[in-house]
Design a protein around this ligand. Structure first.
Ligand code: GLN
Length: 272
């Protein structure tokens, strides 16, 4: 039996809800015999607590506040090492996704720092101020097994970012991005081992998008242009790093937590 310690960064935001749902998801996996690991969950506020973790969740909240407190707690560099040097499984939701992006716009230079790990640019507060929050049924094909398709996920968006651009993979700072106005980029890090380097050279996979503008117009009887169909990218994965724009921890629906824990367990088994 392997022991897996999963941390949730607990500086600000919806960290408690993640811990509750992770525990629930792990208990279901164990009781259904879908996991034989011994799971432990830990709120992370110090570099010492981070060191104990095999995997980490960065919650939603306010990315500027989280990065500020992380800097004051001397956690920013250990977090970058965790994600980009040791390449441990890390999942960011909403503000957490912003922190894991290599580039974030609508951010004053010096206003916040990024951890990075995902070669994407996020657009903060994408859905604007009037419609800051909404819930939408979201198709998540990655949750489906070959013989069973899943019902849509009740995705909660609160002043959510979206991935507005997938960047070319770069083993260093996204220089082109650094030139842009109101855009911050993450500092570079080198992977520590061959396996970690491989995880880092993986392409960004788009795991989910909200139906595009054209699809919404089509409901009103207008014609659709295929190139407008892509929609807003709201879930991505690149190697060990997973990011969602929405808040699965606020719904009580444990499917994504359970899927991610299985990914963590698989990657731990590969390392053994
Ligand atoms: N808009 C917030 C930010 O920029 C994210 C909101 C959230 O995590 N719900 O950090």
């Amino acid at each position: 039996m392997i022991k897996i310690t999963v941390g949730v960064l607990a500086l600000q935001g919806a960290f408690h809800e993640h811990v509750v749902l992770l525990k629930k998801a792990a208990a279901s996996l164990v009781s259904q015999q879908a996991s034989s690991s011994h799971w432990e969950f830990l709120e992370v506020r110090t570099p010492q607590e981070l060191e104990r973790c095999d995997a980490l969740v960065l919650p939603g909240g306010e990315s500027t506040a989280i990065s500020l407190v992380a800097a004051r707690s001397n956690l920013l560099d250990p977090l970058r090492d965790f994600v980009k040097v040791h390449r441990k499984p890390t999942w960011g939701t909403c503000a957490g996704l912003i922190l894991l992006a290599e580039s974030a716009n609508r951010t004053k230079k010096g206003g916040q720092e990024l951890i990075g790990g995902l070669d994407v640019r996020v657009n903060r507060n994408h859905f604007g101020r009037q419609t800051e929050s909404f819930q939408a049924p979201l198709e998540l094909p990655f949750l489906s097994t070959s013989d069973e398709s899943e019902s849509p996920f009740p995705a909660v968006f609160i002043r959510a970012p979206v991935v507005e651009k997938i960047l070319p993979h770069q083993n260093g700072v996204q220089e082109g991005e650094a030139q842009r106005d109101e855009t911050v980029v993450a500092p570079s890090r080198q992977a520590e081992s061959e396996a970690a380097r491989k995880a880092m050279s993986t392409e960004v996979e788009v795991l989910a998008s909200l139906p595009g503008r054209a699809a919404r117009l089509a409901v009103n009887g207008n014609s659709i242009r295929a190139d407008e169909e892509t929609g807003d990218i709201v879930a991505v994965r690149q190697g060990n790093v997973f990011g969602t724009s929405f808040h699965p921890e606020l719904t009580g629906d444990e499917r994504i937590h359970s899927w991610w824990l299985r990914q963590v367990e698989d990657s731990m088994k590969r390392l053994q």
